[in-house]
Design a protein around this ligand. Structure first.
Ligand SMILES: Cc1ncc(COP(=O)(O)O)c(C=O)c1O
Length: 347
């Protein structure tokens, strides 16, 4: 039987989807409690939310498209720029390792995925990406910090790629930028071929409500807007978004917890002899050797992490969400117990 969505791992600590392990701001829950019957019975209006979000990100409201999670923004960017434009020989460049919706959206619009492997230690392959650009290139997906490696792409490299492909749409996915690195947003006014994607699922803790945002010059954003369904975000999510933007203390507090958690995970990995990659995001990629039994052993200890070993670019690796420090400590205890029990071959 195939059931919609991602499987529920069951009871325990969810460190497998890079969610906010501390939940959302208390103000968000208060705003949801204040939702009126008419907010539920009427179709949502997006004007206020778009203006508030545009102000938050320092851009004009017509540069903003709110989406049902950034996932929807990724798909709609491909639909708007490839399917709607009836381009039949489109190539989308996807540096690896990559977030699944990039190849999935590419396939959904009948485009060809041009996959570019990373350099040593997951160094971003800027020259190889530029070398892969052809007249057929329609989209280039750039994810910084990268999921799952946590590596950043330098702003200079983002610019070089965007300048090298003026006819393509560059989608810079900054889903985790609140945890480390520099946003491309200040550069955006100089690039009419670049979309920046952000999400409220991670740092803001709204994953269950599904709010993302695609930002860009109207030249590159309007084709995406044209295919996005008119009522794509529900009214409860809008109320939550407003409250999340208002709570200016929530995000820096959580980002500090994530930084502390990352350090503790690195330290534990060093102690346990596990290879890890320093991350700018709210997760750490760790090489454990045989990943499947390791992940199962952690799950038996009620710690759920992501098995990344099936991706040929990250063999033997798992990805652990770094959130509230107390949760990270529980994960470290489980890691220690699994390593001590010998559920590991040489990484
Ligand atoms: C790299 C990256 N981009 C985008 C998203 C989409 O997030 P959402 O659809 O929850 O906004 C995720 C979520 O895991 C992600 O890892």
């Amino acid at each position: 039987m195939v059931i919609q969505g991602y499987p529920n791992p069951g009871e325990g600590l969810r460190l497998h989807l890079n969610e906010n392990t501390g939940g959302c701001s208390a103000r968000v829950l208060e705003a949801i409690r204040r939702v009126r019957p008419s907010d539920v019975s009427t179709y949502p209006s997006y004007g206020d939310a778009v203006i508030a979000t545009a102000r938050h990100f320092g851009v004009d409201p017509d540069w903003v498209l709110l989406t049902n999670g950034l996932d929807e923004g990724i798909l709609m960017a491909a639909v708007g720029h490839i399917a709607r434009a009836r381009i039949h020989d489109a190539e989308n460049i996807i540096p690896l390792p990559a977030f699944d919706p990039y190849p999935n959206s590419t396939a959904a619009v009948g485009a060809t995925a041009i996959r570019i492997p990373p350099g040593p230690e997951f160094a971003f392959p800027t020259d190889a990406v530029i070398a892969a650009i052809t007249p057929r290139t329609r989209m280039i997906f750039l994810n910084t910090p990268n999921n799952p490696t946590g590596q950043l792409i330098a702003i200079a490299d983002l610019k070089r790629i965007s300048e090298a492909a003026p006819k393509a749409v560059i989608l810079i996915d900054e889903a985790y930028i609140e945890f480390g690195g520099t946003s491309f947003l200040p550069e955006l006014p100089r690039f009419r071929n670049v979309l920046v994607g952000r999400t409220f699922s991670k740092a803001y803790g709204l994953a269950g409500l599904r709010v993302g945002i695609v930002i860009g010059h109207p030249d590159v954003l309007d084709p995406v807007r044209a295919v996005t369904l008119p009522f794509n975000i529900n009214g409860v999510a809008l109320a939550a978004l407003d409250a999340a933007l208002d709570d200016t203390e929530f995000l820096p507090r959580y980002a500090a917890a994530v930084r502390e958690s990352r350090e503790r995970l690195y330290e534990a990995c060093r102690r346990l002899g596990l290879r890890y990659w320093p991350s700018a995001a709210n997760y750490v990629l760790v090489r454990v050797g045989e990943a499947a039994p390791f992940v199962a052993a952690l799950a038996a200890r009620k710690i759920h992490v992501r098995d990344r070993s099936k991706d040929p670019v990250t063999p033997g690796c798992i990805r652990i969400t770094a959130g509230i420090v107390e949760h990270t400590e529980a994960a470290i205890e489980a890691l220690e117990s699994v390593v001590a029990a010998g559920t590991r071959s040489a990484p």
